[in-house]
Design a protein around this ligand. Structure first.
Ligand SMILES: C=Cc1c2[nH]c(c1C)Cc1[nH]c(c(CCC(=O)O)c1C)Cc1[nH]c(c(C)c1CCC(=O)O)Cc1[nH]c(c(C)c1C=C)C2
Length: 614
């Protein structure tokens, strides 16, 4: 991939301090409260500490640990150690969406601890789907095959493997099907409906449901196509059609765009790249990072994703500006026309509330928890009184995932070539998947890679030589369930599943489980419109002083959360406005109304996607 040639432009704007930044808006000093100590809250607090005008940040975390769903554990085993992840484990590499996260990590001194899994690594090339009773490798280039051999092997697999049933006819159907009328198309639909109507329901059941198990652990009958497949859905109009007989459809548009190296990118990603502060460390490595992203498939850190959390916490504690309140019990968030927003926590005797005023509150906690704290604003915004709370209460659906990490001393346990792992589609009947398995990660392969130096040797998270597997169960299959399996049951279920699917009979020497309750918010049909409504309403009702960020709103991945943390602490607090200098790294210019105000609410561009050239 060729990098956009103007990265020097980006560098100039992006690394500028808050003082001399062109889009710098605020001159007054300010204080901010951050609700929630997960990756979004910690990132927002870090970004605030970089602003010389920010006098104080108070971060409220209700539990006794920071990091939210990010949770890594280093475990001593015979012959070394293994790193287990209970939440996100690898961070997808893509331009520009992974840059804010990588810039943050570099600012925090983690550049040298990055593990880069390349696009040619087994973890990137070997991805499997279990269907109907065996693992099927998804087509991807193989270095030991010639182009012709690769094409032959791929065509054979596409023709013979039942998991690809209806792929060819589905593509033909897409090419020959007229796009929906614009007014119909503007209405959201489920991922299953969208794929079913453009291609074939079997493709949704066998392939697409597996992919969405691996990201959202979710149900494609409920997930929103507009939110999750926006860039693909935008192609429905088609390119390359012939008159009104062959409209062209999505598939041919994708081929056409790949040929002309066109890619759809989220404007929010660029806004975050432009807003994040830069340290001398980042100036040193920024160019290398861009080179690395272009070749990488995923990233992680030597001690797991948790290393990012530890570095953030160390930086916040050393900043002298941040007060972190653990086990906090925020009772109310109220609007005060004179002071801004007021946070109420119980007094020492528990009988009253002690109140502290802030210019802004950035909330990264679940929307329902926030709704329970919010006092409807009175006076100026009376017309909207309470609407924010009722919209927040509608955002209440997240799924629970049981994560089972297993370590086996045997390094040659897998019956297939090592790789990412496998996903289990919804079309697998209950008898073959009574554990409600969503997928299995071959975790040894995805925690190995290269260091950041071009000649660096292989870097591994684990020094022990065996096999590390993670079994993921539950997700949407457990909607409405409240008696989840305990540790022993979960380990037994995971082992039964591995025996049935991979014929693995060995006994793991280490087994650790974690029930990640309501961990992955589900972006169901209509999500995008709900977010715009919520953003608008909360801006009005709370006078642009309440900012909403995190995995409930605009992306569930670590990179998405870092992005939202940066956006909320910069444009969200009104401390900066989008830079109006033109350039390919600032695609909002000419696309978004320059007067658009990003302060308060959910910081998202009113135009989500734009085309860039690769
Ligand atoms: C705790 C379980 C999680 C599951 N999904 C996520 C978590 C935290 C979130 C998530 N997973 C992926 C993405 C997209 C890419 C990104 O933004 O980083 C998100 C938002 C992709 C992904 N899924 C799995 C892995 C190892 C990755 C990394 C990227 C890649 O190599 O493609 C595995 C996996 N995650 C979940 C399941 C059920 C599963 C199964 C194998 C749920």
């Amino acid at each position: 991939m060729r990098l956009p040639h103007s990265s020097s432009l980006l560098r100039r704007g992006q690394l500028a301090s808050f003082h001399n930044r062109q889009g710098f808006a605020a001159t007054r000093s300010h204080s901010t409260a951050v609700l929630g100590g997960g990756i979004t809250g910690l990132t927002a607090a870090w970004q605030l500490t970089q602003d010389p005008k920010c006098k104080q940040v108070v971060l409220y975390e209700k539990s006794n640990r920071l990091g939210g769903w990010v949770d890594s554990e280093n475990i001593p085993v015979e012959g070394g150690n293994v790193v287990f992840e209970y939440g996100p484990r690898t961070l997808k590499s893509s331009l520009p969406s992974s840059l804010p996260m990588l810039y943050l990590a570099t600012n925090l001194g983690l550049y040298k601890d990055l593990i880069i899994t390349s696009k040619n690594s087994p973890a990137a090339r070997n991805r499997y789907i279990y269907y109907p009773d065996h693992l099927v490798r998804m087509p991807a280039p193989e270095p030991n095959l010639t182009r012709l051999e690769f094409m032959k092997k791929t065509l054979e697999a596409l023709w013979n493997e039942p998991v690809f049933d209806k792929l060819f006819t589905g593509i033909l159907h897409d090419i020959y099907t007229q796009p929906r009328h614009a007014t119909e198309w503007a209405k959201d639909e489920s991922v299953a409906d969208f794929i079913g109507r453009r291609f074939h329901p079997k493709i949704a059941d066998n392939l697409v449901s597996a992919v969405y198990h691996g990201i959202y652990a979710g149900d494609i009958d409920q997930l929103s196509a507009q939110m999750l497949m926006g860039s693909i859905r935008d192609l429905e109009g088609g390119t390359g059609g012939v008159g009104s007989f062959v409209p062209g459809g999505i598939f041919s548009s994708m081929v056409h765009r790949a040929f002309y190296r066109k890619k759809s990118c989220a404007i929010d990603d660029y806004l975050a790249v432009d807003a994040i502060s830069g340290s001398p460390e980042l100036s040193k490595y920024q160019h290398d990072l861009e080179r690395i992203v272009a070749k990488a498939s995923t990233f992680t850190f030597k001690n797991g994703v948790g290393q990012l959390i530890d570095a953030l916490v160390t930086s916040l504690k050393g900043s002298g500006k941040v007060k972190i309140i653990m086990n906090s019990d925020v009772k109310q968030v109220a609007s005060d026309p004179t002071f801004g927003l007021e946070i109420g926590t119980p007094t020492a005797n528990g009988k009253g509330l002690q109140k502290q005023q802030f210019d802004h509150v950035i909330s990264t906690i679940p929307p329902v928890a926030l709704a329970n704290m919010l006092v409807p604003s009175k006076g100026l915004n009376e017309k909207h009184e309470g609407t924010t709370r009722s919209l927040l209460r509608k955002q209440n659906y997240a799924v629970t995932v049981m994560v089972v990490n297993l370590y086996y001393p045997n390094p040659n346990l897998l019956p297939v070539e090592e790789g990412f792992g496998y996903l289990i589609p919804r079309s697998i009947p209950y008898e073959q998947n009574p554990e409600c398995g969503l997928g299995v990660i071959f975790a040894s392969a995805s925690s190995v890679g290269k260091g950041t130096h071009p000649t660096s040797p292989t870097v591994k998270q684990d020094s022990a030589p065996g096999t590390k597997l993670t079994v993921m169960m539950g997700g949407h299959y457990w909607d409405g369930v409240d008696n989840y399996p305990d540790h022993d049951t979960a380990v037994k279920m995971a082992r039964d599943l591995l025996k049935r699917h991979l014929n693995i009979m060995d006994t793991p020497t280490v087994a650790r489980t974690r029930l990640q309750k309501d961990a992955i918010p589900q972006y169901t049909v209509g999500h995008l419109q709900r977010m715009y409504d919520l953003s608008y309403t909360s801006r009005i009702e709370y006078s642009r002083q309440l900012i909403l960020a995190g995995n409930w709103y605009n992306g569930v991945g670590v990179s998405d959360c870092v992005k939202q943390g940066i956006l909320s602490a910069t444009y969200g607090t009104g401390m900066i406005t989008p830079d109006t200098r033109r350039g390919p790294w600032r695609p909002w210019n000419g696309v978004v109304d320059p007067g658009w105000n990003y302060e308060g609410g959910i910081v998202m561009s009113p135009v989500r996607l734009t085309d860039t050239r690769l």
